[in-house]
Design a protein around this ligand. Structure first.
Ligand code: ADP
Ligand code: PAZ
Ligand code: K
Length: 242
C-alpha cells in the first residue's frame, strides 16, 4: 500500500492506494497534521509515501515527523521537464508548483484531448494541457476566500461576511461573494477560450473551492475530486512498474 499526500496552503489531502484500489482518502487542516500518524497506523502495510508539497519546508518537516512510524520517508515529487506523458513547457520547468504538475499528470490520464486543468484552492490555478500532452502554460490568481480576506483586511467597511452568489447583488455580503466568484469563473472561462475550438476540449475542475464554482461555469467541465492525489497515484504506479 502507498500513502499519497497533497500538501496545499490550506489543507493536507491524503489517500491510500493498493494497486488500482483506493483504500482511504481524507483531508486535514494544517494544525491537524499530527493526525497523519493515526492514518498511517490505521493502514498497516504502507510501504511508500509519495507526495507533493507547496506549503513550505515547515509543513514538509511536520508531515515527515508525523509519519516517522511508517519507516520510510516521503518521496516528494517536483515539477520536471517530462513525466507520465506530460511535457512541461514552463520557461523554467522546476518553477511550476508540484501540485499543478501532478494535477496535469492526473488530467492527462483522465482526458486525452485538450484540457483546462483548474485547481480551486488557496490560490486558483488554471492550466492548459494540449491533446499532445504538452503543458502550454497557465495562470495563478487568489482563490475566492483569499480575495474575500483581502477585501476584509484592506478596507474600512468590508467584512468577511457570508454571502450568496447573485446576478445583481443588492447587499454588501452578496456583492463581495458574487464579485469574487465571478472573478474565479471569469478567469476560467477566459482561459477556456484558448482551447474551446479544439476537439473534445474539456475543463477538469478540482480543489476544495470547486463545488461552489460549478453552477457558474458555462463551459464543458467535469468535477474531479482530489485531482492531485489521482496524479500522484499515476506517478506512484508508473514508478512501481519501472
Ligand atoms: N473543510 C474545509 N476546510 C478548509 N477549506 C475548505 C473546506 N471545504 C472547502 N474549502 C474551501 O477550499 C479551499 C481550500 O481548498 P484546497 O484544495 O484544500 O486548498 P489547498 O490545496 O490550497 O490547500 C478553501 O479556501 C475553502 O474555500
Ligand atoms: C500556485 C500555488 C500556490 C497553488 O497552491 P495551493 O493553492 O494549492 O496551495 C502553488 O502551485 C505554487 O506554489 N506554485 C509555484 C509557482 C508556480 O506554479 O508558478
Ligand atoms: K491545491
Amino acid at each position: 500500500m502507498i500513502l499519497l499526500i497533497d500538501a496545499g496552503n490550506t489543507r493536507i489531502k491524503w489517500g491510500v492506494i493498493r494497486g488500482e484500489a483506493w483504500i482511504g482518502e481524507g483531508a486535514l487542516a494544517h494544525p491537524e497534521i499530527a493526525a497523519l500518524s493515526h492514518i498511517a497506523a490505521a493502514h498497516p502495510g504502507l510501504r511508500r509515501i509519495v507526495g507533493t508539497n507547496v506549503a513550505g519546508p515547515g509543513i514538509a518537516a511536520a508531515i515527515t515527523a508525523a509519519l516517522r512510524g511508517v519507516g520510510t520517508a516521503p518521496q516528494w515529487i517536483h515539477a520536471s521537464a517530462e513525466r507520465c506523458g506530460v511535457r512541461n513547457r514552463y520557461d523554467n520547468p522546476a518553477q511550476l508548483g508540484a501540485d499543478r504538475w501532478v494535477a496535469l499528470i492526473g488530467a492527462r490520464a483522465l482526458h486525452g484531448a485538450a484540457c483546462l486543468v483548474v485547481n480551486a484552492g488557496t490560490a486558483t490555478t488554471v492550466d492548459i494541457l494540449a491533446a499532445s500532452g504538452d503543458f502550454d502554460g497557465g495562470i495563478i490568481l487568489p482563490g475566492e476566500d483569499l480575495m474575500r480576506r483581502a477585501l476584509a483586511g484592506n478596507t474600512a467597511q468590508l467584512p468577511f461576511a457570508e454571502g450568496r452568489y447573485v446576478g445583481a447583488p443588492r447587499n454588501t455580503a452578496d456583492a463581495i461573494v458574487s464579485g469574487c466568484r465571478n472573478a474565479q469563473a471569469g478567469a476560467i472561462e477566459r482561459m477556456f477560450r484558448q482551447i474551446a475550438h479544439l476537439p473534445s476540449a474539456r475543463c477538469l475542475l478540482s480543489g476544495g473551492a470547486a463545488p461552489r464554482l460549478e453552477e457558474l461555469l458555462g463551459i464543458p467541465f467535469s468535477h474531479v475530486d482530489n485531482l492531485v492525489l489521482k496524479g500522484l497515484a499515476v506517478v506512484a504506479r508508473e514508478d512501481a512498474a519501472a
